[in-house]
Design a protein around this ligand. Structure first.
Ligand code: NAD
Length: 481
């Protein structure tokens, strides 16, 4: 049976009810490996968003008063429910988003792990007692905001759904999620599984639809007390401006243009493998992708040869056949990345591998390595969000650090060296929220993740993510006579 057979197409989840959009409008999601339509899902109106926020606010009251250990048990059951449906969810994600099946499986396992991890924190959200002298008792309590509005992108739909929903629920909030219009299916199914796991009605609401009006209506809604947005820098800035009107706190996870700095003493074979994984996983549609290599001149040719060797062995095909390289998510993304291939060439970069859209149905682009890239080139500075690696070189360590930091982004940076002192010094110099040494994608569900500079504010993952969903109340009690 296809995972699509199990999907309820009247897919808005509002207050425990499944609904169509109030005006009956739908959007069509397609299979990026074939460009054929997959499913029509509702395109929620602002009135639907309003209903979802009201349902969340109503459910919040009882959830806030539910004992924390009970909240944790319910959230833990969601993890079990996801694991029980892991294969179906992975197929659905691979079909809708295009990613290789084994990568979708890993995303779903990660989604279950988020619910598990945060479930354990539910009864450990402690405040502090503050000594201010004998005449006053002073303590803090950590309280949920109320309704968390969450807007997710198309590159890791299921995994990012869990990354935001799990800590928000555990902290005692209700949630309204607006998934990306290109990839709504796994969020619809995950929401159903949350309900079947026993999550009380109205605590989790899903409004599928476009950025505007659906996402916009959520971002500007007066009844939303906290916003979590993952997506592009321009939309993130727009969300922040919108939230300013109601002084709503925002967590923003935005883009990256992440450098991998390779020194001559590194294990070049391992570095090439990590960097290829870093840029070609999910065909480069990852905010933390290894977008640019900064390699020491003395080992430049050897590293490029090794990278080319890895890429030339890649298989290509529909995600459900589990190749190394699947399609890009959409026609728009295919156009954007194709344009960057032209831009790179016109700026004088050399194509070492790939360099062309593929002549086959679906949104496939050859995994590409540009060499001889200059730090001022657009392909060295702008986020491409596709399977395109730009190779730059340096002579001195200071030069590498300055090239690495001289972009508007600051999400992730990597250092490949066996010199421990150099590694430690660089982790300090690099302007990024996450630094990997001799690895890539070193972050886990338990480690805080987020950006410096235009890459975002706030942290997702790890215990630190809970700070986005809790506010501190200080209580001062006079004990004096
Ligand atoms: P996008 O900004 O176009 O869309 C993201 C989401 O915002 C979608 O759900 C979209 O419908 C919604 N949206 C669009 N306009 C809106 C509006 N006016 N009001 C409210 N919502 C609106 O981004 P994208 O193209 O879907 O995703 C790719 C980008 O996301 C890349 O830049 C990538 O780096 C970034 N990203 C970051 C992380 C991270 O954790 N830092 C993770 C994944 C993706």
């Amino acid at each position: 049976m296809s995972p699509l057979d199990q999907l309820d197409r009247t897919a808005l989840l509002i207050g425990g009810d499944r609904r169509e959009a109030s005006d009956g409008a739908t959007l069509t999601t397609e299979n990026p490996a074939t460009t054929e339509p997959l499913a029509d899902v509702p395109a929620a109106t602002p009135a639907d968003v309003d209903d979802a926020v009201s349902a969340a606010r109503e459910a919040f009251r009882a959830w806030r008063d539910t004992a924390p250990d009970e909240r944790g048990r319910i959230v833990h059951r969601i993890a079990t429910e996801i694991r029980d449906h892991a294969e179906e969810l992975a197929r659905l994600e691979s079909t809708d988003q295009g990613k290789p099946l084994s990568q979708a499986e890993s995303d779903i396992e990660g989604a279950a792990a988020y619910f598990e991890y945060y479930a354990g924190a539910a009864d450990k959200l402690e405040g502090a007692s503050i000594p201010v002298g004998p005449d006053q008792l002073d303590y803090t309590v950590r309280e949920p905001y109320g309704v968390s509005g969450q807007i997710t992108p198309w590159n890791y739909p299921a995994n990012l759904f869990a990354r935001g929903v799990a800590p928000a629920l555990v902290a005692g909030n209700a949630v309204v999620v607006k998934p990306a219009e290109q990839t709504p299916l796994s969020s619809i199914r995950l929401a159903e599984l949350c309900v079947s796991a026993g999550l009380p009605e109205g605590l989790l609401n899903v409004v599928t639809g476009y950025g505007d009006p659906t996402g916009q209506a959520l971002a500007e809604h007066d009844g939303v007390d906290q916003l979590t947005f993952t997506g592009s820098v321009p939309t993130g800035k727009h969300i922040m401006r919108t939230a300013a009107d109601s002084v709503t706190p925002v967590t923003l996870e935005l883009g990256g243009k992440n450098p991998a700095i390779v020194f001559p003493d590194a294990d070049l074979g391992a570095a090439a493998e990590w960097i290829a994984t870093g840029i070609f996983t999910n065909v480069g549609q990852i905010c933390s992708a290894a977008d640019r290599v900064l390699v020491h001149e003395s080992v430049r040719e050897e590293l490029i040869d090794r990278l080319a060797g890895v890429v030339e062995g890649y298989t290509v095909g529909p995600g459900t056949e589990d190749p190394d390289i699947g399609p890009l998510v959409s026609e728009a993304q295919h156009e954007t990345v194709s344009e960057y291939l032209e831009v790179g060439r016109s700026e004088g970069a050399t194509v070492r591998v790939g360099g062309e859209p593929m002549d086959r149905p679906g949104y496939f682009i050859e995994p590409t390595i540009f060499t001889g890239v200059d730090p001022t080139d657009r392909v060295a500075r702008e986020e491409i969000f596709g399977p395109v690696l730009s190779v730059l070189s340096f002579e001195a360590t200071d030069e590498a650090v300055s090239i690495a930091n001289d972009v508007e982004y600051g999400l992730v940076a990597g250092v490949f060296t066996n010199d421990l002192t150099r590694a430690h010094r660089l982790t300090r110099e690099l302007e990024a929220g996450n630094v990997y040494v001799n690895t890539w994608f070193g972050d886990t569900n338990q480690t805080p993740f987020g950006g410096y500079k235009h890459s975002g504010i706030g942290r997702e993952k790890g215990l630190e993510a809970l700070d986005s969903y809790l506010r501190t109340k200080n209580v001062a009690i006079d004990l004096g006579t």
